[in-house]
Design a protein around this ligand. Sequence first.
Ligand SMILES: [Zn+2]
Length: 247
Amino acid sequence: MAFRTEALFRDDAYLKTTEAEVVALTERGGIVLDRTIFYATSGGQPGDTGSFERTDGGRVAIAATVTGETKEEIIHLPVDGQALPVVGEKVRLSIDWPRRHLLMRMHAACHLLSVVCPFPITGASVAENDSRVDFDIPDTGYAKEEVTARLMELVHADHPIFIRWISDEEFAANPGLVKSKNVRPPSGTGRIRLVCIGENATVDSQPCGGTHVASTGEVGEIHIGKIEKKGRENRRFRIRFGPPPVN
Ligand SMILES: [Zn+2]
């Protein structure tokens, strides 16, 4: 049976700690809670790591967070060899915030890249220091220096980044919202989560379940490390933090 975990990170990506109750332990030793701030791996963003503090003061280190039988069931995978909390126990959760904040900055940077390069997306992967977005295009016609400059214009403009929920009907009436070529956002739950950039979403809006920083300024300095050819019709852009390396 699948549990439904209340995903607090969907409404507030900045929660670093919270209390929760253990509702189940899986056969593989995973921990399911009634609610969580740990993002579960999906949409190209890796799940959170961190720890639980037990009522007796003991700690349980969490190595990974994944979804279970359904997307609503979130499973925390502890580092092997630790004493596990029991069902009904209250625990205090802490995510590895420095790592998560890097992922939020990088994830928002991927959205900015999709604004600068408005082409169909075939894949994306977010990591702490190197992210990639694949576009379905034979040639962008852009040099990486030019893309970096346009990304940094968006960063310097410090546009707000916020979440807006729309109905399935509103979403169906706006097919242009989807930039991903192969992945359709889950519909049928009655609402779709849009990640919007700019006042009144004038810069961008697209369906996404991930965690992002609250403004483009918070992304900080980034650059395009590489534009790689991935087959005839695909170009892979690699985003890195900091200024471009000086040759
Ligand atoms: Zn996103």
